[in-house]
Write a protein that binds this ligand. Sequence first.
Ligand SMILES: [Fe+2]
Ligand SMILES: [Fe+2]
Length: 267
Amino acid sequence: MGDRASDPHQAIRPGSETLRTLLILTLFAPPALWLGLAGCMVWGCPGPPPPPPEARLPQPATAPEDMLAQHGVVDRILDVYAELARQLEGGRPVRSETAWNAAGLVQTFVEGYHEKLEEDLVFVRFEAAGRELRLIGTLRRQHRVAALLNAQILLLASRADLEDPADRARLAADLRSYVRMYRPHTAREDTVIFPELREVVTPEDFYDMGVTIGRRRRELFGPGGYERIVERVADVERVLGIHRLEEFTPGFQPAAVTPRRPRPLER
Ligand SMILES: [Fe+2]
Ligand SMILES: [Fe+2]
């Protein structure tokens, strides 16, 4: 666009301010700088030092990265719960083992791994730092309520083939309650707790947390355990007919309305 910064030929033309600055710097440069420059011309200037070998190795996922990926699995399980409830309410035949398997995944992955990590590694650090205490209290309470709800979901799913309308209605209501609570629960963790985690721990502690999360997963589920859990979720999705992602894409119909500026929300 003709400005000096974008035109390198204009930047140091005779009489320009840049040239004057260079001349002043040259006149007042200390002898050591001249020696250094001369050395560079003869032997070449040293580049930045190579990174230490351990820095070139793949680094473990940080705790927030890993916990966010775990929430991806939780999200898919919540979609399974929502679909189970929808099919139960719609009078569709639902096999009890489908609900049983889904609730078993919640027990194994959500309660036995994910929530335990949050409580043992993340929440305690916020409590020690006196940060987000009210929110942490609510998140801990919701873990307990979620466990009670899921125990009941397992119990109801263990009943013979879910033909009793009262059993179906009760199971659907518990599944809905679980999803209703757990979606905002994970959203608060994603948007408040995980982004603030770096501020309540030392850099060393932050690094160690990522290592601990990976180690605990290997201890609980073995190598490739995460992938196997995802496959088990996908198996339940297949039984319920919600395994094809493309089927969630809606057909778009443009709305024939005149746009109007909405009023801002009052706080
Ligand atoms: Fe949680
Ligand atoms: Fe979580």
